[in-house]
Ligand binder design. Structure first.
Ligand SMILES: [Mg+2]
Length: 118
Protein backbone atom coordinates (compact mmCIF):
# COMPACT_ATOMS: atom_id res chain seq x y z
CA UNK A 1 0.00 0.00 0.00
CA UNK A 2 2.85 2.38 0.76
CA UNK A 3 3.87 2.45 -2.89
CA UNK A 4 0.44 3.49 -4.15
CA UNK A 5 0.41 6.67 -6.18
CA UNK A 6 -0.92 9.68 -4.31
CA UNK A 7 -1.53 13.06 -5.93
CA UNK A 8 -1.67 16.12 -3.68
CA UNK A 9 -3.46 19.07 -5.27
CA UNK A 10 -3.37 22.46 -3.54
CA UNK A 11 -2.48 25.94 -4.74
CA UNK A 12 -0.57 26.49 -1.49
CA UNK A 13 2.96 25.09 -1.69
CA UNK A 14 3.09 25.09 2.10
CA UNK A 15 -0.08 22.98 2.35
CA UNK A 16 1.29 20.54 -0.22
CA UNK A 17 4.45 20.22 1.82
CA UNK A 18 2.53 19.72 5.08
CA UNK A 19 0.49 16.91 3.51
CA UNK A 20 3.50 15.35 1.82
CA UNK A 21 5.46 15.38 5.10
CA UNK A 22 2.57 13.73 6.95
CA UNK A 23 2.29 10.96 4.35
CA UNK A 24 6.03 10.43 3.94
CA UNK A 25 6.40 10.08 7.69
CA UNK A 26 3.91 7.20 7.41
CA UNK A 27 6.02 5.56 4.71
CA UNK A 28 4.14 6.60 1.57
CA UNK A 29 6.74 7.44 -1.04
CA UNK A 30 4.97 7.59 -4.41
CA UNK A 31 3.66 11.14 -4.07
CA UNK A 32 3.13 13.70 -6.81
CA UNK A 33 2.02 17.31 -6.39
CA UNK A 34 -0.05 19.68 -8.49
CA UNK A 35 -0.38 23.40 -7.75
CA UNK A 36 -3.47 24.04 -9.84
CA UNK A 37 -6.48 22.30 -11.31
CA UNK A 38 -5.18 22.02 -14.84
CA UNK A 39 -1.96 20.44 -13.67
CA UNK A 40 -4.03 18.03 -11.57
CA UNK A 41 -6.12 17.01 -14.60
CA UNK A 42 -3.00 16.50 -16.72
CA UNK A 43 -1.38 14.31 -14.08
CA UNK A 44 -4.57 12.30 -13.54
CA UNK A 45 -4.73 11.71 -17.27
CA UNK A 46 -1.11 10.57 -17.57
CA UNK A 47 -0.39 8.88 -14.28
CA UNK A 48 -3.76 7.62 -13.01
CA UNK A 49 -3.13 8.14 -9.29
CA UNK A 50 -4.62 5.67 -6.81
CA UNK A 51 -5.76 8.51 -4.60
CA UNK A 52 -5.97 12.28 -4.91
CA UNK A 53 -6.07 14.74 -2.03
CA UNK A 54 -7.83 17.75 -3.52
CA UNK A 55 -8.15 21.37 -2.45
CA UNK A 56 -11.30 23.24 -3.50
CA UNK A 57 -10.35 26.91 -3.66
CA UNK A 58 -7.78 27.33 -6.40
CA UNK A 59 -7.41 29.96 -9.13
CA UNK A 60 -8.65 29.16 -12.66
CA UNK A 61 -9.85 25.59 -12.24
CA UNK A 62 -11.31 24.83 -8.80
CA UNK A 63 -11.35 21.49 -7.05
CA UNK A 64 -15.06 21.19 -7.90
CA UNK A 65 -14.24 21.66 -11.59
CA UNK A 66 -11.53 19.01 -11.31
CA UNK A 67 -14.06 16.60 -9.81
CA UNK A 68 -16.55 17.40 -12.58
CA UNK A 69 -14.03 16.83 -15.34
CA UNK A 70 -12.69 13.60 -13.86
CA UNK A 71 -16.24 12.26 -13.64
CA UNK A 72 -15.46 9.89 -10.73
CA UNK A 73 -12.48 8.29 -12.47
CA UNK A 74 -10.00 9.06 -9.66
CA UNK A 75 -10.60 8.23 -6.01
CA UNK A 76 -10.54 11.56 -4.19
CA UNK A 77 -10.50 12.98 -0.69
CA UNK A 78 -11.28 16.69 -0.65
CA UNK A 79 -9.29 18.68 1.91
CA UNK A 80 -10.69 22.19 2.15
CA UNK A 81 -11.26 25.10 4.50
CA UNK A 82 -14.72 25.41 2.95
CA UNK A 83 -16.70 23.19 5.28
CA UNK A 84 -20.33 24.13 4.66
CA UNK A 85 -22.58 21.10 4.42
CA UNK A 86 -23.79 22.13 0.96
CA UNK A 87 -20.22 22.19 -0.35
CA UNK A 88 -19.41 18.84 1.24
CA UNK A 89 -22.51 17.30 -0.29
CA UNK A 90 -21.78 18.77 -3.70
CA UNK A 91 -18.21 17.41 -3.61
CA UNK A 92 -19.51 13.96 -2.70
CA UNK A 93 -22.15 14.12 -5.42
CA UNK A 94 -19.36 14.90 -7.89
CA UNK A 95 -17.46 11.84 -6.77
CA UNK A 96 -15.36 12.71 -3.73
CA UNK A 97 -15.13 9.71 -1.40
CA UNK A 98 -14.58 11.87 1.65
CA UNK A 99 -14.14 15.43 2.83
CA UNK A 100 -11.69 16.70 5.45
CA UNK A 101 -12.04 20.27 6.70
CA UNK A 102 -8.95 22.45 7.22
CA UNK A 103 -7.38 22.98 9.65
CA UNK A 104 -7.19 19.21 9.79
CA UNK A 105 -6.05 16.69 12.29
CA UNK A 106 -2.96 14.86 11.00
CA UNK A 107 -4.26 11.50 12.22
CA UNK A 108 -7.46 11.97 10.28
CA UNK A 109 -5.50 12.52 7.05
CA UNK A 110 -3.49 9.35 7.69
CA UNK A 111 -6.51 7.28 8.66
CA UNK A 112 -8.56 8.34 5.63
CA UNK A 113 -5.63 7.92 3.24
CA UNK A 114 -5.12 4.35 4.46
CA UNK A 115 -8.86 3.67 4.31
CA UNK A 116 -9.24 4.70 0.68
CA UNK A 117 -6.04 3.04 -0.50
CA UNK A 118 -7.16 -0.36 0.78
MG1 LIG B 1 -6.56 26.69 -2.02
Amino acid sequence: MLGKKILIVDDSALMRKVLRDILEAEGFYNITEAGDGQDALNICDKEKPDLMLLDIIMPEISGMDVLKQLNKSVKTIVISAVGQQAVIEEAKRLGASDFIVKPFDKDRVIERTRKYLK
